[in-house]
Design a protein around this ligand. Structure first.
Ligand code: GLN
Length: 231
């Protein structure tokens, strides 16, 4: 596959924390790997395409999060794409949306049920730097968290990372969840700018091709510096 379609979902609603940058990082690194990437922005009134290779959801405040959920509940597109093997990266509010149930604006709502997780209100707001060791990549990832939701994993998902700094899912032990090609995390950053190797993993998953490490000294040095300064 030398072309991929990156679907950036509800940038106007799920863009509060800069997670829209994940699409740019994917497209940038895809180019190094010889893949042409197109970024398709889907807004509240649009229908989601079923032929995307990577679907991205970002973080949001509660009201925007509920609007995004409302739009995504109009059809079964994301589910169809996942069954086809598409990759999903869902950050914070997006992570909660693709779960079974979450708490927002003072009430519980049913999520899309694509990941076996539920989120409830934590005892405090979780804000600050996070460092986790990714269960999938096997090394440290860094990011920034800002959420009140606390996420409990069901038996069919694995945690995405083991937390050494910060709160992650709210228990201070694990961050996020993974099931096949679906990745949920609380890490803003954007996470792919802070952890470019994760972008390569998503590209690998999306295309089925294994990529050799690319030389991107600026991104690698930034990632390394972040890992060092977050203690
Ligand atoms: N509104 C959600 C919460 O506070 C998500 C926040 C976010 O995306 N940063 O848990």
């Amino acid at each position: 596959m030398s072309q991929i379609k990156i679907v950036r979902i509800h940038n106007e609603l799920l863009g509060t924390y800069g997670d829209q940058g994940n699409a740019e990082v994917l497209a940038f690194r895809a180019k190094f790997h010889g893949i042409t990437a197109s970024i398709v922005d889907i807004s509240f009134n649009d229908t989601l395409p079923t032929n995307g290779d990577i679907y991205l959801l970002g973080g949001a405040e509660d009201a925007a999060q509920l609007l995004s959920l409302e739009a995504l509940q109009r059809d079964d597109t994301l589910n169809i794409a996942i069954e086809r093997g598409a990759v999903v990266l869902a950050v914070c509010a997006g992570f909660q949306i693709i779960g079974k149930k979450f708490w927002a604006s003072g009430k519980y709502v049913d999520g899309l049920g694509l990941l076996d997780v539920t989120s409830e209100p934590g005892k405090k707001r979780f804000i600050g730097d996070v460092k986790t060791t990714s269960t999938v990549l096997g090394f440290e990832l860094t990011g920034f968290e800002n959420h009140v939701g606390q996420t409990i994993l069901g038996p069919t998902v694995e945690p995405f990372g083991k937390v050494s700094v910060g709160h992650g899912n709210g228990d201070g032990k694990y961050d996020g969840a993974v099931q096949g090609n679906i990745f949920g995390t609380y890490l803003h950053g954007p996470i792919l700018a802070r952890n470019p190797e994760f972008a390569d993993l998503l590209l690998t998953r999306a295309t089925g091709r294994k990529y050799a490490q690319i030389t991107d000294p600026l991104a690698s040095r930034y990632a390394e510096w972040r890992r060092k300064v977050i203690k």
